[in-house]
Ligand binder design. Sequence first.
Ligand SMILES: *[C@@H]1O[C@H](CO)[C@@H](O)[C@H](O)[C@H]1NC(C)=O
Ligand SMILES: *[C@@H]1O[C@H](CO)[C@@H](O)[C@H](O)[C@H]1NC(C)=O
Length: 327
Amino acid sequence: TDLSVFRALSQFLVFVYCSLLWRGLKFILRKVTGRCELQRICYNNKHGARRSLKIGTTPNISDSLLRSALSVDSDRVEKTIDDIMALKKINPDTNPQLGVSLGASLLQIVGYRALLMQVEKLRREAYDCENQEHEEMLLKLWKELRPDTPLSGRISKQWCEIGFQGSDPKTDFRGMGLLGLHNLLYFAEHDKATALQMLSDSLQPKHNELNAAEWEQKSLDKAIGYSFAIVGINMTELTYSLLLSGALKTHLYNVAPELPGLTHFQQTFCHLMQEFQRFWVEEDPSDIMEFNRVRAKFQRRIVRQLQDPDAALCPHFSASDLRLVNL
Ligand SMILES: *[C@@H]1O[C@H](CO)[C@@H](O)[C@H](O)[C@H]1NC(C)=O
Ligand SMILES: *[C@@H]1O[C@H](CO)[C@@H](O)[C@H](O)[C@H]1NC(C)=O
């Protein structure tokens, strides 16, 4: 035990030594460059993930952010900036750009948290057949995906044509609640061509060499292999888990210069749907039993992409388009 006391003590001393060294280094840097850490972060990193990620983990800022309300309120953000400037003894008059840069990053950080809460709320809301709004959204989804085929009834085997598992889709929403329905509907409405193409591909025989007789014997899941709606709900879970773990920060800070919102989340979902299908075809699984494997591999690939501070998963949704949608 003497040894372990000694070990703990020496670790402690190393820690003290390092933190003194770090402080001294910061002091010298500040003297030499005439700037504090915040200013250096803002000068050396362009707006977006590179800057906001660093600012979000700067000690006093993360404290102030924790204290400030979760709501995205620009007055509060301004107040927080004033506090931070005062704390860091920065004169706002001689550093006007710093306040602006800091404000933009704080809005992104607070916005990400607000988005997470909004998404969580939708996820927790169960699909309810008694709720008129829910029912209307579901029927709308049918109309968007099957514009030429009327639905024979609310409870119908036809739901399987768009990839639900049974005659009442409500049970399929269990995992992701209303979030799954919102995402599917957004995909069908705003990225319609892609959604319809994906749906139609999911209903095609996997290999063209399958002749008609063989095809007759195969069930639908022997087609390209996935059920559109079920995969949509599953990709909703993937998008949600990336948001929850913070992995989406790089992407969202880069594509939403002002404020990440639900639209950005849904567009990320659309992108993941499209990418998953491409990946599925590339992987060429022999049947749906391989879903777990392909999905896990896909997730690893996306997580790896998101580790790049310049990651932007769907650059074709330009920032200005998003701003219009948000207003
Ligand atoms: C700023 O952060 C440092 C290090 O975490 C801490 O010691 C200090 O008390 C903080 N200052 C304020 C005013 O919060
Ligand atoms: C999505 O798929 C994975 C892998 O098959 C599975 O573990 C998970 O439960 C699914 N999630 C939902 C919401 O369907």
